[in-house]
Design a protein around this ligand. Sequence first.
Ligand SMILES: Cc1ncc(CO)c(N)n1
Length: 229
Amino acid sequence: MSADIYPHLKASCADAWEAYIHHAFCRQLANGSLPEDCFRHYLTQDYLFLIHFSRAWALAVAKAEHLDEMRHAVTVTDALLNHEMALHVKYCAEWGLTEDQMAEVAEDPANIAYTRYVLDRGHSGDLLDLLVALAPCVIGYAEIGAWMVKHPDTRIEGNPYRAWIEMYSDAEYQEVAAGARGLIEKVAERRIGAEPIASGRWNTLRQTFETATRLEIGFWDMGLAPARG
Ligand SMILES: Cc1ncc(CO)c(N)n1
């Protein structure tokens, strides 16, 4: 991990990163006070999100320039399509949401904006552009899960969202995120060298990361919207 691009990306948009990681949706989920209709709305949109998120990882296979990168991206794609989505569907069923119902719901504009933005960065750029656009989702959720289990305001016993907190703080998810972080560092070093900030591509990469972070904030805002309306 010698390029260390990820800490630089986070530091370059520290305020947005903080607003994403400790969003009101996350705080309410952690202490159990989140209205259930917000959570159901979020779960349904997240089902639709995961489909396009899988497409983005599949694009990473095609955008890779080395076999090890292809193998890593195809492993993530397989995990998403053949494992995570099934788990998500099973979990949603516990909230009374069937897969058929979720598949029929219209995508929220915030969801469309985020997923298509990530895909567009991948289509118009190279693997590094795509992975930087994906970083806030994969690695951000691991950070969210990690703070939630440690925070004094978090309620685990009797929290209706306990399984969600446990899923993202779990060692298995933390390892997937650490693996994705390792891939970004390797790809960054191969494409732009060991000093990301000195690269001519830095400003574009920084903007991509910040935009994706703001779109994650928009996704949480969307999750809270049913309570407002
Ligand atoms: C919106 C969103 N971002 C990130 C993740 C983590 O996979 C998710 N499930 N949903």
